[in-house]
Design a binder for this molecule. Structure first.
Ligand SMILES: Cc1cc2nc3c(=O)[nH]c(=O)nc-3n(C[C@H](O)[C@H](O)[C@H](O)COP(=O)(O)OP(=O)(O)OC[C@H]3O[C@@H](n4cnc5c(N)ncnc54)[C@H](O)[C@@H]3O)c2cc1C
Length: 523
């Protein structure tokens, strides 16, 4: 079969690139090993019939704010994309009965913060106000190829508009750890915990340099724009993208695992599937894959320069994640306040010290004694995800060891995830029960995906790292995936890498798919 481009993997970045190319008239095929498209964006009845669980991403704010969505909004909506806005975005709950929540109505957020600190409430309002003029510059940097002339132009614009001090302060923000940034601006440990929890969505524990930007951006963006969920599940973005791609003549082949990228004289000429089929590509083979899922597996290490191969082998993954999906007869009754039932996310960490400890445990191979939990309550915002007056709960347990060396809690003896996952899920439920005592009595069914299960479902999630690679400074910006190769082109002609392991990293923002798609379609 002869194509202009073959895309390996129907993650949303692969699909975004494919759409750009099909729109430019290229004949495109996407080959996906799973039986459904979407990669880390899938909605499935993982527990009982009628309970629709987002197996991976739940929060689609990055997609809704993306350049890709801006460019193809009307097509995607015509192909069935439906969002549900959440005005009560994220919150944190504390063991002494305190809680904090970010409501798009800033007066309500500020009132919630002023219970803990009047100066922090004032600083939050000030920061959110400044964000209006700061955000366009920061988002432009994140949406620009790295490095590029376009980036220099964006930086020059920021310098001219905002001035030298703002630029240097922003650089300082980018280099800071969450704790350094939060200590500089806030006094209350609860407000610091509220923002720092966002760092834990990536691998930015409170004391990791380069971790301040994400908590700042997610907090201020949630305050300013709210949060966006998919109607009926996050898979709405994938369904609309695949339908749009097919309407442009693109093909999507499911249950089609690529086992080899075919090479001729250092040019990628197509792919070979496990079932023996060959898809030839005249102009591009695009791998929506993590580095180690591509090099050493589909492309022999000997086919690339040894320096490149060494860098690829040292690409580092972040700690693992466990997902627990619950079918519930009712939402958790949060002891701190019933208002917490109305927020999309409730972070249960609770404080910076807990986040730092859990991260340290995970990095040392230990199951954290006290898990860091992101509680997603999508059916509180979008009731279509569960049968009448029932609910789904999306529990993301962050920072876990991919390989278990022991248990910081001292009660789990299993040294692999197959043996440990039920017991660890019990620990998670037990912790949540201390905040919402009705929880155990409401559980109708549960589905648990350990870090190992996540990797089995999608080989990009090495060690259960839901972000397909650490986002620490040494591996971000122009170092992602490796220095010298941050613009998607690989050292084999016609071979490109796209997706969460490439700039601008993980999340549903379709950033790399958009940037590569534009680069190739304008060639
Ligand atoms: C549990 C979890 C929760 C998350 N929560 C959020 C969230 O709430 N908000 C957010 O913005 N982001 C979230 N993320 C991150 C975000 O979902 C991912 O970063 C993003 O979806 C990755 O997209 P991608 O385009 O890189 O490809 P992927 O989603 O990784 O897809 C790659 C595809 O390639 C396929 N593939 C791999 N190898 C082969 C092969 N050899 N042959 C054929 N196909 C192959 C895989 O099956 C997969 O379908 C979450 C991720 C996970 C896992």
């Amino acid at each position: 079969m002869q194509y202009d481009a073959v895309v390996i993997g129907a993650g949303h970045n692969g699909l975004a690139s494919a759409i750009h190319l099909a729109k430019a008239g290229w004949k495109v095929a996407v080959v996906e090993s799973a039986s459904q498209a979407g990669g880390a964006v899938k909605t499935v009845e993982a527990t009982l019939p009628g309970f629709r669980h987002d197996l991976g991403a739940m929060n689609l704010s990055l997609f809704a704010g993306s350049a890709f969505f801006r460019e193809f909004q009307s097509d995607l909506l015509a192909h069935g994309l439906e969002f549900v806005p959440a005005t009560r975005t994220f919150s944190s709950v504390f063991p002494d009965g305190g809680w904090l929540g970010v409501d798009q109505d800033i007066d309500k957020t500020v009132a919630s913060i002023s219970v803990f600190s009047e100066p922090d409430a004032a600083r939050w309002r000030e920061m959110a106000t400044e964000f209006g003029s700061d955000a366009p510059h920061i988002f432009s940097i994140l949406g620009t190829p790295m490095p590029s002339w376009a980036l220099l132009k964006v930086l020059y614009q920021a310098w001219r508009t905002k001035g030298r001090t703002w630029c240097l302060d922003t650089l300082r923000l980018i280099l800071s750890s969450p704790r350094e940034f939060l200590d500089e601006h806030f006094e209350s440990k609860e407000v610091k915990a509220l923002m720092a929890a966002w760092g834990m969505h990536l691998d930015f524990a409170p004391d990791v340099a380069g971790g301040a930007l994400f908590p700042y951006l997610e907090s201020m963006a949630s305050q300013s724009f709210g949060m966006v969920l998919g109607k009926g599940g996050a898979a709405t973005i994938v369904r609309s993208m695949t339908s749009f791609l097919e309407s442009l003549g693109g093909e999507i082949h499911l249950s089609a695992t690529v086992i080899q990228v075919n090479l001729e004289a250092n040019v990628a000429t197509g792919v070979k599937l496990a079932d023996g089929r060959v898809f030839n590509a005249k102009r591009a083979v695009i791998a929506n894959l993590a580095p180690q899922a591509l090099f050493g597996r589909l492309v022999p290490n000997a086919a690339v320069p040894s320096g490149f191969s060494r860098r690829i082998r040292s690409f580092k993954y972040g700690p693992g994640t466990m997902m627990i999906h619950l079918a519930l007869s009712d939402l958790p009754e949060w002891r701190a306040s019933s208002a917490l039932k109305t927020f999309a996310y409730v972070h249960v960490a609770p404080y910076l010290s807990d986040m730092a400890q859990a991260y340290n445990d995970a990095m040392n191979g230990l199951l954290p004694a006290s898990p860091v939990i992101v509680v997603g309550q999508p059916s509180a915002i979008d009731p279509s995800r569960a049968p009448d007056s029932q609910h789904v709960l999306w529990l993301q347990v962050r920072v876990l060891p991919g390989k278990i060396r022991g248990d910081a809690g001292g009660t789990i003896s299993a040294m692999d995830w197959a043996g440990a996952k039920e017991a660890y899920a019990d620990r998670v439920i037990e912790k949540l029960t201390s905040y919402a005592p009705n929880l155990p009595g409401t559980i109708l069914d549960r589905a648990i995906y350990s870090p190992t299960d996540l990797e089995q479902d999608n080989p990009n999630l090495v060690g259960g790292d839901n972000l397909a690679g650490s986002h620490h400074l040494r591996q971000n910006f122009l170092f992602r995936p490796v220095l010298g190769w941050s613009r998607y082109r690989m050292p084999i002609e016609h071979l490109y890498m796209v997706g969460a392991s490439t700039w601008p990293g993980a999340g549903t923002g379709a950033g790399s798919g958009q940037l590569l798609g534009k680069m190739l379609s304008q060639k």
